[in-house]
Write a protein that binds this ligand. Sequence first.
Ligand SMILES: Nc1ncnc2c1ncn2[C@@H]1O[C@H](COP(=O)(O)OP(=O)(O)OP(=O)(O)O)[C@@H](O)[C@H]1O
Ligand SMILES: [Zn+2]
Length: 657
Amino acid sequence: MPRESHTQALLGPEVFKKVRETPILVVGAGGIGCELLKNLVLVGFANIEIIDLDTIDLSNLNRQFLFRKPDIKKSKSLVASASARHFNPDSGIKIHARHGNVKDSANDVEWIKGFGLVMNALDNREARSHVNRLCQAGGVPLIESGTAGYLGQVTPFVKDKTECFDCEPKPVAQKTYPVCTLRATPSEPIHCIVWAKSYLFGKLFGEDDEAGDEQELNQAKGEAENADEIDNLKKEAAAFREVRANIGDDDGPRKMFDKVFKDDINRLLAMDDLWNKEGRVKPTALDYEGIMSGSFPTPPLRAAPAAAASAPSANGSAATEPKSNGAAPAANVNSAQLRDQRELSLKENVELLIDSSRRLSARTISHPDTILSFDKDDEDTLDFVLATSNLRSAAYGIPQKTRFQVKEMAGNIIPAIATTNAIVAGFIVMSAIRLLSGQDEGMRKVYLKTEPVRPIAGYGPNTPNKFCGVCRDVYIPFKADVARVTVGTFVEDVVKGWLEEGLEGKGQVEWTVNEGSRMLADPDMEDLYEKTLEVMDVGRGKMITVSGEIKLGGEEEYKPLRPVHFCVCNPSPNAEAPYELPSTTPSIPLAPVKKVDKAPKADFEMLDNSAAATDGGKAAGKKRAAEDEPEGDAKRRKVQVLADDDDDDFEILDPKK
Ligand SMILES: Nc1ncnc2c1ncn2[C@@H]1O[C@H](COP(=O)(O)OP(=O)(O)OP(=O)(O)O)[C@@H](O)[C@H]1O
Ligand SMILES: [Zn+2]
């Protein structure tokens, strides 16, 4: 008996037929993708395409269970599809595996229209947005998902019925901290880690941005930050340049230590104003000789804020008992402990600082043009950030962190949890069955939370945001032989000829034509008219965006229309005409006008803790989709159905079961 016979009995023949026959696209064969593919196969989905651009890495094996050690370096999508087949071998399931980027031009709107349903199992915002736009352009429902540690989310997006992925502006992934907290008054380990990674490391081994520095500090001054403090920071920046120039000398690292952990701290200590504010704890300048000889007492830990009020120390700052010397706390000295999970002593941190500085300066000396940047997987850079952040923490009475913890915090790593992925993948399949059954009113966005009382919550979908620049726009498939269509033909025949027909008699229209951020034509620009779309590199997979303004009859002013995107696709096989358009022209609504609020005053924040700064942005959108329900959602939500209502599809998981 094939495995899916139970599903068949449960769903009934009609829905089960859809499950069997609907072409499904899965984007991503990682943590969620592997779970999802296995589920789809077990339920009986039989027409699946899966795409992933990556190969298997050792670090994937703990949770991406369709992969084994011998698969390392092989294509994720190919191995995943081969492994998943074994879960339901005799049921005629077709899985088409593709190794490639979903953003490739071949994956155009015609391609996406070949699917009845798309499921994202991605890890970055760019790819999620790309698939979202394609699905909106092709009118294909999308199920979006994401996990971050114990948090998870599954959301269905259906054109014109629900919001889309881009309806709500996404919160900035990176956390930022006030510059003065980082540079003068840190109070938490993360402040010292971000300082070490984004400030100190950059000053000594990264790009020397003197002008940027100056500008940033002037801005801080302008925004009423402590002026003396800012002047001091400026002096500090100049001194850094000298240290940087000599860091490769034998005594370079030692001089750096003295500057950063002794002189700079003493300079800050001399600024009484800085320490008058409530909650500020004065740091202690570190002494190199004392630490190395064991005679320097580790500065006392600052107390937690609540204790601070009740137990001030003699010097007015809240503090706990000092440790006797520079050695690591006894509880942590355990030779059997893993190297990365052991707290280092002050002396060990100094030694690591000297050693890692030597390693890093050797790299810049041997390749003078190299600009180093922090990378959590680069031992030298991690050691430097570990040592310097811990030394700074010690100076400010902030608890120490282990190598493992610093790597996690500096690299913005949220551990992926196999169970969360599995639960999310389960909800994706439930959502898919709902969509295929045509139960639109039963659509839910599902959140996995860390609330013990209600770990899973389902909400009715939001309506589209009328200001959304993705799902409220108009999309037209444009099958074209781009070598035979000029920009001029496009503007005169396609836009003014065909598109304007839909607006006939309504008013006077003016058009601007762009591809991405490039302008191809507007009422005053016809320079590119003779160029073909091919010459302009406007080929398959690209979108030509036509933005119109209309002066309605009797009105003085032009009003903006919703943008129209022409999705360039290959011409039909035997097409004779240079391009093909739909038989009817679309109606193009007026764009809603947003009331412009007075720009809010930006908080003075800088120095982010994002891995994006060092990994080319790859991680910026990572693990996005699991944050709690955004505020705007609640405002636009039509119906709210909580998990503990009588909707048993989304009942609370009972951990005892
Ligand atoms: N543009 C894209 N096209 C196709 N696949 C993509 C694209 N962007 C990301 N992916 C794939 O999406 C999957 C996301 O899975 P997951 O979040 O588990 O990431 P991972 O890279 O496997 O794990 P980790 O980053 O934690 O090592 C990855 O396999 C990744 O290769
Ligand atoms: Zn939208």
